[in-house]
Ligand binder design. Structure first.
Ligand code: ZN
Ligand code: ZN
Length: 310
């Protein structure tokens, strides 16, 4: 699909170019107007553009194949990039909250509000145009990156409209605290956004267990294999580029190793097939009914989530 790749490329380059242009315009408008709301939306756009770049590099890095030094692969690089993005966003948001609060206490008049309005209307139209273009491209191709980018520009429109409201209110009512008040709302949103990104990244970095539904599917797939009697100590994690799955597989204890290994292989394949993006599955073979020291028993005490043995 040559056309598809070209469309995606054009979509990414256009969105990057527009993002850059909007940042320059907004910084200029901030300097001209002195509006904190404008500064907030400029910084939001700047962090977003940096994040898009970091994600691009992070994903590439994470997709490297395993090598002798990193035999689990590089999947976590993506989560680290996301965590750094969240920290930058949170840092910018905190600085802006500080700045907005200071302006709320000691309000200052705005200059050149007309120019600010033009810039913000222009960037709202540009963001709307990008959303329309990306929707069109998404109709022709299927790219999660472009889908994420589109969501991002959709929230960008909301941020722009907030700045518009800040400038408009100041122009119409002359109320000096309108600008920092709206800026505070945007920076609060940025902080909330950072929290969400960080939580997602930390889940991955801390090797959180997959959803209970996924665990059930794995158990069902394994136990459907002929010769598999039971399984316990199922343990999973999502490394970004693929998932890792391990479990203890109980089978007839008198089977020859060759036969047992074949059953374990089939069970590993069945579990891995549930994850088309890639899975590494390891089964530990045990004679059925063995009373070994179990992880399942240790985690039982906490709560049922993803815990109970099969
Ligand atoms: Zn066991
Ligand atoms: Zn083997």
């Amino acid at each position: 699909m040559k056309l598809e790749r070209r469309l995606r490329r054009i979509a990414s380059i256009t969105s990057l170019a527009v993002a850059f242009l909007m940042i320059v315009l907004k910084v200029w408008a901030w300097l001209a107007t002195g509006s904190v709301a404008m500064l907030t939306s400029a910084l939001d756009a700047l962090v977003d553009a940096a994040a898009a770049l970091a994600t691009f590099v992070g994903v590439r890095y994470a997709q490297q194949p395993p090598d002798p030094a990193y035999r689990w692969g590089y999947g976590k690089a993506e989560a680290i990039a996301a965590l750094m993005q969240a920290l930058f966003l949170a840092g910018a948001a905190l600085a802006l909250i500080f700045q907005s609060t200071a302006r709320l206490i000691r309000p200052e008049p705005l200059d050149e509000i007309g120019l600010g309005l033009w810039v913000i209307v222009l960037s709202t139209v540009a963001a709307a145009g990008l959303v329309a273009m990306q929707s069109w491209v998404l109709g022709k191709t299927d790219s999660t990156a472009i889908a994420a980018d589109r969501t991002h520009y959709a929230t960008d429109i909301a941020v722009n409209l907030t700045v518009l409201a800040a400038l408009g209110t100041t122009l119409l009512t002359g109320w000096r605290r309108a600008d920092p008040a709206f800026a505070l709302a945007i920076s609060g949103y940025m902080l909330w956004n950072a929290r969400g990104i960080a939580a997602d990244a930390l889940r991955q970095l801390m090797d959180r267990e997959l959803a209970a539904k996924d665990r059930e599917h794995i158990k069902d797939a394994v136990l459907a294999c002929p010769g598999a009697r039971a399984l316990h100590d199922l343990r999973t994690r999502d490394a970004g580029d693929r998932v890792f799955i391990e479990f203890h597989l109980e089978m007839d204890g008198t089977l020859p190793v060759t036969r047992a290994h074949a059953i374990a292989d089939a069970a590993e394949k069945a579990a891995g097939a549930l994850f088309p993006d890639g899975a590494e599955v390891t089964a530990h073979i045990e004679p059925a009914g063995i009373r070994d020291e179990r992880l399942d028993d240790k985690v039982q005490a906490k709560d049922g989530e993803g815990g109970s043995s099969a």
